[in-house]
Design a binder for this molecule. Structure first.
Ligand code: FAD
Length: 493
């Protein structure tokens, strides 16, 4: 049976990745939850995650302290210590909860860049899919959760005094849903760039909507470029998980030389910003490769059962026999909607969790496998906070829920072209390596693109995504212009 639109809900969650689903499951223990998601439930970055989820061993205080230190080192100490401790102290419990939902992690932990110890929980190379599948199974069983798929949230209702729900588009109809609490779990914004690992849905909608509502947004200049995406022509690029290097793969330049030690004493397992920047320099001389062919072929196929055939199919390169050509691409947004440790934004009744949020955990560069963890922790903490508030009878915020009068675009607009123009501008002028001159050019070009967008009230999914991509791009460029010195993944001359 198709879920019915209801004009009101206690808790509205926008997005169905790890953060949204963990939040929904916790909140639905007591209250009614509605999940809106742009495509199908499983169309998320979460389902694409390969490497794993970091958690120091339970009851090992030293292990936690080391995990905290590694997070701070990778983030160049731009992190908020309180957020770092908050997430890492809760990590073992997140693994326990995920296990209770049916996620079966492999018995062996693995290693990734920036971690001094093996502490990554994984299920071979499909950790995200395993997690997403288990959580979807759980939310589908929960009677208190209404799931509305293929529903694109267009705008939040309210103002800086309170968020009161949202307007969304489904089957060419615009609906309004009012909620006591609204949670943005819309993921990242990798699609801002021409080259990214992020799914097509990652257009920064939550950040753009929160920004239009007046919420505080920060750290937008810190875009993490993953060092090892497959050098192919697809959008998104296929990722070659860092766990390959954790298991012994090496980066080689066009001459076949292992070069990372020249750039960073930590070598191939340096944090991602350092590795991507080194590859960027090496790529000026020729292609760069990831090589795991020195390991036994049967072991590679067994340990990386998804990556091995995908690389073979997409590029005809056989990882067991030869190095594979790679390139850095946009991967993760460290900034976003600013929140406290409970996931509250600067706007009352509005929460942000997962990649949409800027929690302060990642600082200037995210430590590998800390993102699924952050999504899980903040999903649960936001739900707990909302439950506590609802129990004290803070229901629907008072005041009117001012709506935007949208009309659905009837004439075709060339949005594919606009999207491409934004992505190309961002890739060439505000990408891995930035200069003030390029950023000024980017700003100019983005402002020109804004002039060719359809009028503000005119919507369909493509128009709204292009508008959000543009808005997020402007936030990135303006933040990058303000930070004059390189820090973490913001590399500027
Ligand atoms: C290829 C890849 C590999 C990765 N590997 C790892 C890893 O090994 N370990 C790790 O920790 N992290 C990894 N990451 C990062 C991590 O997967 C993400 O940061 C994390 O999954 C984000 O979870 P989330 O809940 O914030 O959002 P997502 O999982 O991205 O989900 C966002 C949801 O919001 C919905 N949405 C977006 N806009 C709207 C809208 N307007 N209306 C309605 N719904 C909307 C989307 O459809 C989607 O359902 C990886 C990322 C990628 C892309």
């Amino acid at each position: 049976m198709k879920p019915q639109h209801k004009p009101e809900t206690d808790i509205l969650i926008i997005g169905s990745g790890i953060s949204g689903l963990m939040c929904a499951l916790k909140a639905a223990e007591t209250y009614h939850v509605t999940i809106l998601t742009k495509k199908k439930l499983a169309t998320t970055a979460t389902a694409m995650a390969q490497g794993g989820i970091a958690a120091a061993q339970e009851n090992s205080d030293d292990g936690m302290r080391e995990h905290e230190e590694d997070t701070l080192i990778a983030g160049e100490h731009h992190n908020q210590k309180q957020a770092v401790q908050h997430v890492i102290r809760h990590a073992p419990n997140m693994i326990k909860i995920l296990r209770e939902y049916g996620v079966e992690f492999d018995s062996e932990l693995t290693l990734e860049g920036g971690h001094r110890k093996k502490r990554i929980h994984h299920t071979k190379d499909t950790t995200g899919k395993t997690i997403e599948d288990a959580l979807i199974k759980a939310v589908k069983k929960q009677k208190n959760i209404t799931i509305i798929e293929d529903a694109m949230t267009l705008e939040l209702l309210g103002d800086t005094k309170a968020c009161r729900g949202c307007q969304y588009l489904k089957d060419a109809t615009i609906y309004t849903i009012q909620s006591a609490y609204t949670v943005l779990a819309t993921g990242g914004a990798g699609q801002v760039y021409a080259h990214t690992t992020n799914p097509k849905v990652a257009t920064g909608d939550g950040i753009a909507m929160a920004h239009r509502l007046g919420a505080t947004i920060s750290d937008m200049e810190f875009i993490q470029f993953h060092p090892t995406a497959l050098l192919d022509r697809y959008n998104p690029h296929f990722l070659l998980s860092e766990s390959l290097r954790g298991e012994g793969a090496m980066l080689r330049n066009a001459k076949g030389e292992a070069f990372m030690k020249q750039y960073d004493p930590r070598g191939d397992l340096a944090p991602r910003d350092k590795v991507s920047q080194a590859i960027f320099i090496e790529q000026k001389k020729g292609k760069v490769f990831l090589d795991i062919s020195h390991k036994p072929a049967a072991w590679i196929r067994e340990r990386f059962p998804a990556i091995y055939p995908a690389v073979l199919k997409r590029t005809k390169q056989d990882m067991t026999k030869e190095p594979v050509a790679i390139t850095p691409v946009a991967h993760y947004l460290c900034g976003g909607v600013e929140v406290n440790t409970r996931g509250e934004t600067s706007v009352p009744h509005l929460y942000a969790i997962g990649e949409t949020a800027r929690t302060g955990l990642h600082g200037a560069n995210r430590l590998a496998s800390n993102s699924l963890l952050e999504g899980a922790v903040y999903g649960i903490k936001a739900a707990e906070d909302i439950l506590q508030k609802l129990s004290t009878k803070e229901k629907l915020p008072s005041g009117s829920a001012k709506k935007t009068s949208f009309s659905i675009a009837s004439q075709p607009f060339a949005m594919k072209h606009v999207r491409q123009q934004i992505q190309d501008t961002m890739w060439t002028l505000a990408g891995i390596h930035r200069t003030q001159a390029d950023l000024s050019k980017a700003l100019f070009q983005l402002q020109r693109i804004r002039d060719i967008l359809p009028p503000i009230h005119m919507v369909n999914e493509e128009i709204m995504e292009a508008r959000n991509l543009l808005e997020v791009s402007l936030l990135i460029v303006k933040a990058a212009q303000k930070r004059k010195k390189s820090l973490g993944c913001h590399w500027i001359k």
